[in-house]
Design a protein around this ligand. Sequence first.
Ligand SMILES: Cc1ncc(C[n+]2csc(CCOP(=O)(O)OP(=O)(O)O)c2C)c(N)n1
Ligand SMILES: [Mg+2]
Length: 874
Amino acid sequence: MKRRVDPEIAALQDRVYLLIRLYRVRGHRIARVDPLGLPQPAPPELEPEFFGFTDADMDLPVVSETFQYDGPLTLGTLLERLRNTYCRSIGVQYMHIDDLKVRRWLQQRMEPTENRTQLTRHEQLRILTRLTDAVTFEEFIHKKFVGAKSFSLEGSESLIPLLDLAFEKAGEQGIREIVLGMAHRGRLNVLANVMGKSASQIFREFADTDWKASRGDVKYHLGHSTEWTTSAGAKIHLSLCFNPSHLEFVNAVALGRTRAKQDRAGDADRARGMTLLIHGDASFAGEGIVQETLNLSRLRAYTVGGTLHVVVNNQIGFTTSPDEARSSTYATDIAKMLQIPIFHVNGEDPEAVAQVIRLSMDFRHQFKRDVVIDMFGYRRLGHNEGDEPAFTQPVLYQAIAKRKPVREGYLEHLLKLGGITREEADAIEAKRREVLEKELSESKSEKVVPPEQFRGIWSRYAGGPEPAQKKIQTAVPLEKLASWLELQTRLPADFNPHPKLKKILQARQQMAAGEHALDWSAAESLAFASLACQGFHVRMTGQDTERGTFSQRHAVLHDYLDGHTYVPLQHLAPEQAPVEIFNSPLSETGVLGFEYGYSLDYPDGLILWEAQYGDFWNAAQPIVDQFIASAETKWQRLSGLVLLLPHGYEGQGPEHSSARLERFLHLTADDNIQVVYPTTPAQYFHCLRRQALRPWRKPLVIMTPKSLLRHPKAVSSLEDCATGSFERILQDTQDKSADQVHRIILCTGKIYYELEEHRLETRNDHVAIIRLEQLYPLPTEPLKTALAPFRDGTQVFWVQEEPVNMGAWPYLRVQFGDRLFERFPFAGIARPASATPATGSFRRHKQEQQELIEQAFGTANEKRPPSPRGRGPG
Ligand SMILES: Cc1ncc(C[n+]2csc(CCOP(=O)(O)OP(=O)(O)O)c2C)c(N)n1
Ligand SMILES: [Mg+2]
C-alpha cells in the first residue's frame, strides 16, 4: 500500500533539502573568512525567508536524510548547524566536484563536526608558539634593519603554524619528502622558522656582509633544504626551491622536482613525496602558469599524487585591489577546473586554519588530488617595508591599523580558556627574542661562509667552465647498435601494428642489417637505447612527442585493433633503466618548467623536452631566462636538461621556421648552456650520449631537423655511431689544396645540405664548406685547426638562412669582428634584416633561398635589386 504523505510536510521537506543544498553550494559566500570583515553581498537564497520560512517555523521538526548528522533536528537547529559548518571561519567550495563519493566524503568530514576539531592544550600551545616565532621574527627584522626590504608576513602570520601542522600530518601519512615553492611574501620568515636556515645567515644577507663572495641573487629568492622532525618523530626532508622574482613560475619546477624524487625512489604510488606551493592572491588569479601547472595535476606523465596549494591571501597585489586584479569572485577560482575542494579560511582564527589543513591533507592523501587553501589575511605594511600603502588603499589601511596582531588575538582566546597564563606566553616570546639576539651578534663575526658544495646525488657532477677536451667514449660497439635497432622492431605476438608502420619497422630492420643508412630518428632511438642500457633514465616529453610531430619517431606504438600501446624502447634488456616518452599537454611554460625541475633532481638521467616547432619555446621564455640560462650563476643549481627545437627554413612561414637560435646565443656567458645544431644523425647520437656521459651538467639546446629527417643525404651509417664522437666542427668533406680554395663558407645546420648540393651541381672547386656543429661554447681552437690549411686572406663567409638580425651571425660577429683569427676577412651572408623570421609565401621563400645560395658562392645575379640581404651589419 502506498504511504500517503501529507502534501504540506512534503513541500516543507523539499524546501529543507533545497536549503541544505544551497548552504553547501553557497554557504561560503557569507562565511566570515575575511579578518577585515569588509562588506560583501549576501546571496538572498541563504536567508530562511527566501524559502518562505518565518521565525514561527524554526521549531518545526525536519528530516535531514542528506545532511550528515545523526539525531532529530528542528528547522532552527538545522539552520544553525548549516551556518556553523559552512559559514563560520571556513568557507568551502566543493559542490562542483562531479563524483558523489568525493562530495559525500567531504560532507562526512565536515558536517557532523561542524567543520571544527577540538585541539588539545598541547596543540594549542604549539600553534601559539609557532605564531610567536612568526611575529617575533618580523618585529626583530623591522627593529634591527630599519627600512630594509623583507616582504614581511605581518597580517598573515598563521602561515607558519599552518606549515607546521601540514608537516605534522605529512609525517603521519608517510610522506618523507616535501618540495616547497613560494614567492617573496614571508619567505624569510619561512626560511628562518620552517626551513631551518640560521637567522644569523639571514642577518648577514641583510647586512650584505658577504658581498665579495656574492651569491648572485637577493636573499628572498634563495632556497634551502632541511630535515624536519615531527612531534611523533617522523623525519621529512624539506626543500624550498630557489626562484626568480617571476611570480608563480616556480610552481611547475617544484612539481618536476617532486616527480623526479618519486621516480628515483621508485615511488610509483606517489605516496612518499609531496609538493607544497604557497601563492599570492593576485598572482594566483593573474598568472597563466598557474592554470598550466594545475592542468598537469592528473596527467600520467606529470602527476605527483596531489599538491597542497596555500594562497596567502592578503587581499592586495602591490597597490592593486582585488576588483582590479581578477574577474572571478575568489582569487582561487581557476582551481575549480580541477575536481578538488577549495577551502577559504580566516587566517585570524588559527584553530580554523588547523582544521582546514588537516582536512586538506586527508583529502589529498585519500584521493591523491590537489587541494587549495585560501587563507585570508591582510598585509600590515606596504608591498615592501619602504612603501606607503595608504596612497592607494587609504580605507583598507585604516581597517588594517585597527587589527591587533593575530598572535595577540589567539593568546586572548587561550587566556579565556585558561590553558595558559600571560606570563607563560611572554616567556615563549622572550626566549625567541633572545635566540634572535644571539644570532644577530653571531652574524657580525668575521666567519667566511664557504661556497656551497654539490652534495648527495650531485656530488659526482660539475658545473663551471667546459672541461678541457677530454674525449668521452660515446661510440658503441656495432653489434649492440644493430641489436637494439632490431629489438625495436620486434613486437609481441598479439600486437597488431598499423599497416603503414610495418614499412617503418622494415626500414629499421634494414638499418640494423646495414642495408639501409641510419636516419635521424633511428639514431635518436639508439642514443636512448644505449643510455638506458648503461643505466641512464631517459625521459622525453613534448607535444605529440610519442609519435613525433613529423611522424618520424613512433616511440609509442598503438595496436591497430584495440589501441593498446607498446613501447619497444622499454623492452631492450631486463636490467635497463626506464625510457619514458610522453605526450605533453599543449603547454610550454608549464611543461618546460616541470622538466627543468625534473632535471634538478635527476642528474643521472637524460631529460629532454621537445618543442612542437622550435618557435614555440618562446611561450616559455621565463623558464629559459630565469632558470635554464641563469640558475647556475644565481643559485649554483645545475641542470642537464636537453631542449629539442625543430629549426630550419622550409617555406612554412614566419612561424614554424625558426627556433630563434639568436635568443639562446644572446643568453650565453660563462659556459652557462650548450647550443648545437648537428647536421648528421650520428652527430646527434654522439651529442645526446655526450650529454649524459660527461659529468659536466649544462642545459643543452639542440636545433633539430624537419626536412632533414627524411633527407637522403642527411644520413649516417651504423659505423658512424660505432666510432668517433661528437665533433664541434666538421671539416670540408672535399679535400682541397689551399691554392684551390678562394672562398670558405662557414655554416651550421640544414643550410649545409643546400650549399653542398649547389657546389656539386655547379662543380665549384673553389669553395670550401666547414660546418660549425656546436655554437656555444664556441669551439675556437677546433675552428682554427679547420681553417689552418687555407691561405691567409681567403674570404670567409658565414652563411645562414635566417635574416641578418637573427640566427648566429650577430653573435659570431661580436665574437670575431670582421677578421677571423687575424688571418681571414669575415663577413656574413643572410636574408635581409626582418621583423619576422621568415616569409609567408612559399614561392618567395624558394626564391630567397636560391639567391642566398648563389650569393654564398659569389654568383648572385648582379642585376637583381642591390644588396637586398646585405652582408651582415657593417
Ligand atoms: C611575473 C611577475 N610580474 C610582476 C611582478 C612584480 N610584482 C612583485 S610582487 C607583486 C604583487 C604580488 O601580489 P600577490 O601575488 O597578491 O602577492 P603579495 O605581495 O600580496 O603577497 C608584483 C606585481 C613579479 N614579481 N612577477
Ligand atoms: Mg596579495
